[in-house]
Design a protein around this ligand. Structure first.
Ligand code: CTP
Ligand code: MG
Length: 422
């Protein structure tokens, strides 16, 4: 049997996520197919083996247990779930009370820092000694000002400052004493390093990681989703030598085509842009054949049906809608089914509009609507052939690549059988 590790990590996940406002406690909000808590735990279990205490919101202990078991694999006996308190400090205290007797080094980690690399966790464990607390930090990049109301008072020397992250690591006994002291004094500290330092102990800082940002607002969640999608694409480009426990993307491609005739009143809408003075395309919505082809490519790649099913005449709420609405909803449908988008490439055939001058603008609008994934748009004429060549309308073809977020160790394609599982 392997020796029981003498380090433990307390993953605090008991917050409500008021600022994220996603209708569930933050730790249980999905980034992709997996929750914030699950991603945080995947990072923890990819680091060197240590004991793991998860602090869950009251009433969500069972859900936390499920996530821990899924992430822990054969290390489930090194885990515990306890109920948190009404402040982060109380939640950490509940975690401390649940530590095993043999633990000497304790790390405290925000579940909300779900993408923290395992290497940061390892570095913190290594750096803690008998007397010193360890804090991962990032340099402050922005120029900082001291302000009073609307008035800027003075610059702040940012070389003196660093942004604090987690996990923060401490010698267990000293952290417990510091917590007892804070409780006795009734003081709430902003983080564990501050509480530890207030008890008179030294704290050193080491390099954190930009991936260790705290998912706090809806924008942070979007950032996390992009980072995961980008990582999945990279991991496809560089096959991993050994299976890893983190989610990787399984690529799937989809194709979408669309054609619309010119007709009707008003301006043309194409590739997410309005084209003043150009003849419009007729259609149930704004006739944006580029956006519609992309929607079909994405839905097709994910096996989620097609545009008619989700946006057709049975959905009058989309009558007249523009590309952003279709694409944002499509992205949402994919995310709900656990798919991240890799990239989209779309081409239209038509004599007009003259496209090249507005290519970047169109790509920006389409990409933004899909949450920032790369979208490229090309245009061609057909040498006068066919309906695009006769200027009767426009034909579009789109291809999209999406990834199902799954474990390499436990590959489970939504449509496959259980062949990977032994
Ligand atoms: N946390 C906790 N118990 C609390 C409050 C916070 O365990 N009573 C945890 C959160 O789950 C999170 C970490 O502490 O992982 C950092 O807190 P924060 O980002 O502020 O999360 P929330 O408190 O959930 O969010 P908000 O402040 O927006 O409500
Ligand atoms: Mg909070």
């Amino acid at each position: 049997m392997l020796p029981v590790p003498t380090a433990a990590i307390i993953v605090v996940a008991a917050g409500s996520g008021t600022r994220l406002d996603a209708g569930a406690p933050k730790a249980f909000v999905g980034i992709d197919a997996h929750s914030i808590l699950r991603h945080a735990l995947d990072g923890v279990f990819a680091a060197a083996p240590i004991q793991v205490v998860v602090v869950a919101p009251a009433g969500f202990e069972g859900d936390a247990e499920t996530e821990v078991r899924a992430a822990a694999g054969d290390r489930a006996d090194l885990t515990r779930v306890v109920t948190g308190g009404s402040t982060r400090q109380q939640s950490v205290a509940a975690g401390l009370a649940a530590l095993w007797g043999d633990v000497r080094t304790v790390l405290v980690h925000d579940a909300a820092r779900a993408l923290t690399p395992p290497a940061v966790i390892d570095a913190v464990i290594t750096a803690v000694d008998d007397s010193t607390g360890i804090l991962p930090t990032l340099p402050v990049i922005d120029t900082l000002k001291r302000v009073e109301g609307a008035t800027v008072i003075a610059p702040v020397d940012r070389s003196e400052l660093a942004a604090a992250q987690t996990p923060q690591g401490f010698p267990r006994t000293l952290l417990e004493q510091a917590y007892a002291r804070a409780e006795r004094d009734g003081i709430e500290y902003t983080d564990d390093a501050a509480l530890f330092a207030a008890a008179g102990h030294p704290v050193r800082h080491i390099d954190g990681s930009s991936r260790g940002f705290k998912i706090t607002t809806p924008d942070d969640l979007v950032r996390a989703r992009h980072l995961l999608a980008a990582t999945a694409v990279q991991s496809l480009a560089q096959p991993v030598a050994q299976p890893v426990a983190q989610p990787v993307g399984v690529p799937r491609v989809g194709i979408g085509t669309d054609a619309h005739a010119f007709g009707g009143d008003g301006n043309l809408w194409l590739a997410g842009l309005e084209w003043p003075g150009e003849q419009p395309l007729s259609g149930h919505s704004d006739g944006d054949a580029v956006a519609h082809a992309i929607v079909d490519a994405l839905l097709g790649a994910a096996g989620l049906g097609d545009i008619g099913e989700h946006f057709g005449t049975a959905h009058p709420e989309y009558a007249g809608a523009h590309a952003e609405v279709f694409l944002a909803r499509t992205r949402e449908l994919l995310a709900q089914s656990g798919f991240g988008i890799g990239n989209v490439s779309v081409q239209f055939q038509g004599n007009r509009p003259r496209f090249s001058a507005r290519r970047r603008e169109a790509e920006g609008v389409l990409s933004d609507a899909l949450g920032g994934v790369p979208v490229s748009v090309t245009a061609t004429t057909t040498d006068g052939l066919g309906f695009p060549g006769r200027a009767e309308g426009i034909a579009v073809t789109a291809i999209a690549m999406v990834m199902a977020q799954v474990d390499a160790n436990n590959a489970h394609d939504p449509e496959s059988n259980e062949k990977e599982q032994s």
